[in-house]
Design a protein around this ligand. Sequence first.
Ligand SMILES: *[C@@H]1O[C@H](CO)[C@@H](O)[C@H](O)[C@H]1NC(C)=O
Ligand SMILES: *[C@@H]1O[C@H](CO)[C@@H](O)[C@H](O)[C@H]1NC(C)=O
Length: 307
Amino acid sequence: MAGVARLRLLQLSTVLRPSLLAAHNVRCHGAASAVTARVKRHMCSAPAYKHILIEKKGEVGNVGLITLNRPKALNALCDALMQEVQQALEDFDSDPSIGAIVLTGSEKAFAAGADIKDMQNKGFIDCFGGNFLSTSWDSVSKVKKPTIAAVNGYALGGGCEVAMMCDIILAGEKAKFGQPEIIIGTIPGAGGTQRLVKAIGKSRAMQMCLTGDMITAQQANAWGLVSSVHPPDQLLDEAIRLGEKISQHSKVIVAMCKESVNNSFELPLSEGLHFEKRLFHCTFATKDRREGMTAFVEKRKPNFTDS
Ligand SMILES: *[C@@H]1O[C@H](CO)[C@@H](O)[C@H](O)[C@H]1NC(C)=O
Ligand SMILES: *[C@@H]1O[C@H](CO)[C@@H](O)[C@H](O)[C@H]1NC(C)=O
């Protein structure tokens, strides 16, 4: 019993240190900074972000990269950070040169969770009234273009949930995934209890959510939470290459394909199959469908025009 208790304490401190660090060392400047960022953007058209970095990657710059960048807080996801993520996602989503979006953190942490300091003194009314963990968080799953999470280090709580909102997860060998909310007296609030079940099954999802235990990248791979595992220093390149590969295809068809696969989570099979069939028929209304098939028949590379 004592052994178990000690193990649990040890685990508690390892799980929580990142977010507690965030709580103690770093102040997030709340909604004001995101508003300022937005105003600045309109004034000089160069995005001024405080908690994230954005770049265009790949040989022809067709992969949008968003790097969570609150290093001292191990990328704890405060409101201001999530609002910046939403803005960056919307910008890449409407940028015709971008075909896919990669979301990453640092080698140490993808994201250590929601900001506990942000939450510590909230009451029910604050959460309910402000619809806590809603708009900007939901935006990650609303993006039309494919999103790839490149996870090195910790993806805990909100970090794990944001990774699961992405379409594809690639992991670094040292990545750790977990929903440790139970340890601090709450439950996942941004999709963890729902998306985890779909990703890894009920028994494993229950175990992770009820114990708060983390799983390794290798376990996450074996359980189907992630697509593949890579050496930490090669992970980002791998994710960008994947983004480039997707970006070669017609953007309009890619968006239809993503929407159809995404719908399989929501719809019963008969509805999902019907939705897929109609979207399949829709592809025949595009130039790119004709170009794709003509290029195949003519044994040349297709020249997609995203139309
Ligand atoms: C994906 O499905 C979810 C519901 O499961 C929905 O809220 C979201 O808007 C969808 N995203 C896209 C891009 O279709
Ligand atoms: C691809 O198609 C566009 C529009 O029809 C055309 O302007 C462009 O020259 C084509 N590119 C190649 C490489 O054939």
